[in-house]
Design a protein around this ligand. Structure first.
Ligand code: ADP
Ligand code: ASP
Ligand code: MG
Length: 418
């Protein structure tokens, strides 16, 4: 039997009637002759609630317990989806991560797949079951503890199952009907794309476009999974949604193909650190050990000589998710107490957002940065930090200008038009 993977996100399984709606889509694929692996998220809002409970209980929580708690939302939906399918006369069985087993590393809250043995699920298909409903976002570590894959991780579960089972396609059902030039909730001018290149989707995802988790795109690219994003609320067929595919399979070529944003960023500056070999390692080593995801980094050159700091000194600025500032502060204070680093002051601006433009065409086109900065200045948006790579330019700006900036850039690069 050919296998299909169908993933339903939080809003698509938000209540019993939506689970039923999703189950109907699964039933239709079973009727077409597929063995279906359904990956489900927690009901919408559930994971946030669980994360909130963890943070209220223990601000610098033990990541093992975080995973034990926040993975539970998916267990409920997996069971409910299996029951709903059974009520529709579709033989279905639910699977939690450890039952498959979905073997992952023990990097709690950011685990990666090691392997997904097919044996148990295949044995159930051989018994006559038509659907395996797998709880997304979770796995089990070599130590036998529950792990999670990072927020949005059910997308990655779906792609990993598609790769492991050689599925014909991996369909990601969500609350929008495809991948757009930018988040359609920020501007109604956002345009749906029929196709998008893996590289572009990878950048957009890692820069905040949460329609697909970054890691899911990486896996799909590596294992050549046919990955599609489509609506769970509309009638769909083989042509619906957006296909993520190789660059060579795309006709449309624009210099910039999308705008992404990440709302909850913080900018942290260590004022007056010594400018010596090894200083960056002594700052970013402890941050990494504390699990802080540092993104942009800027080191200022300063020639000032201070009495306390013979030789030259500099300021070091970095950005990280706003909810990791407490961890970052703690790590820097500990490093200072241990004499690894010294600084006069740690200045935190936790009111910033990151806005980025992405496009493969940037590799061969000059002037994208100038155009971007001009568009922002026309709206009086001040840029605080800039970072570039081959196919993206990102800026950190005041959070209150985020929507405005996304709209301005979408206009400036003419993304509304195909
Ligand atoms: P799910 O719960 O189904 O996993 P998510 O909320 O994680 O859904 O992702 C879907 C959301 O991603 C959409 O509702 C949309 O607001 C947002 N989004 C951000 N950028 C884009 C984009 N470029 N195209 C489509 N959706 C986007
Ligand atoms: N429920 C998890 C989250 O909200 C995983 C997912 O939905 O993909 O992050
Ligand atoms: Mg998601």
């Amino acid at each position: 039997m050919p296998t299909l993977v169908m993933k339903f996100g939080g809003t698509s399984v938000a209540d019993l009637s939506r689970i039923k709606n999703a189950a109907n889509k699964v039933k239709a694929e079973v009727a077409r002759g597929y063995d279906v692996i359904v990956i489900v998220s927690a009901m919408s809002g559930k994971t946030n609630e669980l994360v909130g409970w963890v943070e209220q209980t223990s601000p610098l929580f033990d990541a093992r317990e975080y995973d034990a708690i926040v993975s539970s939302g998916e267990n409920v939906t997996a069971g409910l989806m299996a029951l709903t399918l059974q009520e529709m006369d579709v033989p279905a069985r639910s699977w939690q991560g450890w039952q498959v087993p979905i073997n992952t590393t023990s990097a709690h809250s950011a685990a990666r797949f090691l392997d997904i043995p097919r044996t148990n699920i295949e044995a159930k298909f051989a018994e006559g079951f038509k659907v395996a409903v797998v709880a997304g976002f979770q796995g089990v570590s070599p130590e036998g503890r529950i792990t999670t894959l990072g927020r949005g991780g059910s997308d990655t579960t779906a792609v990993a199952f598609a790769a492991a089972f050689g599925a014909e396609r991996c369909d990601i059902y969500t609350d929008v009907d495809g991948i757009y030039t930018t988040d359609p909730r920020i501007t109604s001018k956002a345009r749906k794309l029929d196709r998008i290149a893996f590289e572009e989707m990878l950048e957009l995802a890692s820069l905040g476009a949460k329609v697909l988790q970054t890691r899911s795109v990486e896996l799909a690219m590596r294992y050549k999974v046919k990955l599609r994003v489509l609506s769970s609320f509309e009638d769909t067929d083989e042509t619906s949604g957006t296909l993520v595919c190789d660059e060579d399979d795309i006709m449309e070529s624009k210099v910039v193909s999308g705008v992404a944003y990440s709302r909850d960023e913080a900018k942290v500056t260590l004022v007056t650190v010594e400018d010596r070999p090894g200083i960056a390692a002594s700052i970013f080593g402890p941050l990494a050990d504390a699990g802080v995801n540092v993104d942009m980094i800027v080191q200022n050159i300063s020639e000032r000589d201070y009495e306390d700091y013979p030789g030259s000194v500099t300021d070091m600025t970095f950005s990280c998710p706003v909810n990791q500032v407490a961890r970052a502060k703690q790590a820097m204070e500990d490093a200072k107490a241990k004499g690894l680093i010294n600084y006069e002051e740690m200045v935190v601006d936790d009111d910033v957002a990151k806005v980025s433009v992405v496009g493969i065409g940037m590799r061969s086109h000059a002037g994208v940065a100038a155009k971007m900065f001009k568009a922002l200045s026309a709206d009086n948006v001040n840029i605080k930090v800039i970072a570039t790579s081959e196919i993206k330019i990102s800026v950190l700006i005041d959070r209150k200008y985020m929507e405005l900036a996304v709209q301005a850039l979408h206009d400036a690069f003419d993304l509304e038009k195909a």
